[in-house]
Design a protein around this ligand. Structure first.
Ligand code: TYD
Length: 273
């Protein structure tokens, strides 16, 4: 990783666009993933300096509509001000194969998909993602910001679908080499408000992609998901930080900047957003 002696500041606006590699306002040569047209995967325009350090893997978790993507965008912009090389990505998805799997998983027309098939597809997407995107970026010294990872599978398939955490952890061991995030931000939010927001967002989406399959689940499902998240946050307290996401995006951003600044050993931010 490169020299990070500047301080990490909050950002007031989303000064980056997720469809381009544009964190400093100019285009750079797209990375392999972006060339393949993934709306969400992008690198900062900052190239990793020659380094010998592995990057850091930071994941964002929470219920649908808890505001993860907004916070990831804001954090990526804040890090880019420090010329920290960032890669933003998501699950399911993040690779050509993964985005195809994502379509299958999130399309509400796929009513016949069994919980086990769903579990297997989540991991198929993840195994490809780790190999093609996450590991190479970490080896290059980038900070990888990932929207969802195996904690989602534990909460949604393990808890929500009642498949249990043991199967999820076993698959993670076999298929993902037990890769663990250095830091996980768990965005804690109210079920009704979050899911309602996710449903509204999906309805207003410009693209024709249907990503509603999970949002159609009932309150009991999301209670199990939320409970699953809290159980794993207590178990893995060394890496999972629960952030109350019920405030404004700016308030939540400030909290996240503080946590990430500490994790990455950046001097405390003085700017208020
Ligand atoms: P997405 O739109 O990316 O999430 P959000 O609504 O939070 O922006 O949708 C991904 C959906 O997939 C979400 O409902 C959670 C679900 N999911 C799982 O059930 N298991 C998993 O392992 C992952 C990664 C996602």
């Amino acid at each position: 990783m490169q020299d990070n002696r500047h301080e990490l500041c909050v950002v007031d606006s989303d000064s980056i666009r997720s469809e381009t590699l544009n964190l400093r306002g100019h285009r750079e040569k797209p990375p392999a993933a972006a060339k393949r047209n993934h709306p969400i995967v992008y690198h900062s325009a900052v190239s990793p300096a020659r380094h010998t350090h592995r990057g850091k893997f930071i994941t964002f978790e929470g219920l649908d509509g808890s505001g993860k993507s907004t916070q990831i965008r804001k954090l990526a912009a804040a890090l880019s001000h420090l010329k920290v090389p960032v890669l933003v990505t998501r699950e399911p998805g993040g690779t050509t194969t993964g985005e195809k799997i994502r379509k299958l998983l999130l399309d509400s027309a796929n009513v016949e998909l069994s919980p086990m098939a769903e579990l297997a597809l989540m991991f198929a997407s993840r195994a490809q993602h780790i190999r093609e995107v996450i590991e190479p970026a970490l080896s290059e010294g980038r900070i990888v910001l990932c929207d969802r990872f195996t904690d989602s599978t534990e909460a949604y398939q393990g808890g929500g679908r009642k498949l249990g955490g043991a199967a999820v952890l076993e698959l993670h061991h076999i298929l993902c080499g037990d890769l663990q995030p250095d830091l996980t931000i768990l965005m804690d939010s109210d079920i009704a408000a979050s899911v309602e927001r996710a449903r509204r967002r999906n309805c207003s989406r410009k693209s024709s992609a249907d990503e509603n399959r999970f949002e159609q689940e009932n309150r009991a499902f999301f209670s199990r998901v939320r409970h699953g998240y809290h159980v794993l946050a207590t178990r893995d307290a060394h890496r999972v930080v629960v952030v109350d996401a019920r405030g404004t995006p700016a308030q939540t951003h400030r909290k996240i900047v503080e946590i990430v600044g500490r994790k990455l050993n950046l001097p405390r931010a003085t700017a208020a957003g």
